[in-house]
Write a protein that binds this ligand. Sequence first.
Ligand SMILES: Cc1cc2nc3c(=O)[nH]c(=O)nc-3n(C[C@H](O)[C@H](O)[C@H](O)COP(=O)(O)O)c2cc1C
Length: 182
Amino acid sequence: MKLVGISGSLSGWKTNVAIDEVLQAAKNIDSGIETELLDLRDYDVEFVRALPLSYYNEDTWKVVQKILKADLLVIGSPIYQASITGALKNLLDHVPVDGLKGKVTGIVTTGGSEKHFLVSEYQLKPVVAYLKGTVPSGNVFIHNDFFDEENDNEIIDENVLRRIHKLADEMIRLQKGINNQS
Ligand SMILES: Cc1cc2nc3c(=O)[nH]c(=O)nc-3n(C[C@H](O)[C@H](O)[C@H](O)COP(=O)(O)O)c2cc1C
């Protein structure tokens, strides 16, 4: 099984660190899982112009193919203006309507205000569900205070690390269940 993580930040590193933590947790749970982290700053994803994918540059095509080929996904975004980043929404706009069908898709958000811990429920979950992804019951919101900025943004809160492990565990169980049915 291949688990692809997407980091939807083009600026800081907290989302990248958090998504990497989910990928590591998944590998600890099942060493047979292959993982890949797609950091959107590494790809020149073009703005959607409502054209077939073949009209866009190679990076855009490559990122969408990686999503379509993944067995399961974990999507991460910093909260921007009480929503997800424009970069992440633009990428999701490229994904075909059934593009996440049969794929468990976990969600992780980071933010400076704990008042926005439910943003993923209202802003990202509906998009994933529209693309037919299966969203686990648990998601993870990480406040900026739980990262050690002096130490490569290491996550320093045990409770957050437990939630990340729980998310990875639920994602793997759900995906295995889906795979066994088909
Ligand atoms: C343009 C912009 C808008 C932001 N809006 C919010 C917001 O509405 N709510 C919030 O909790 N944090 C907000 N933040 C803070 C980021 O979500 C937070 O610092 C996040 O952890 C950064 O993640 P990153 O290091 O992966 O880029 C905003 C940051 C930026 C740059």
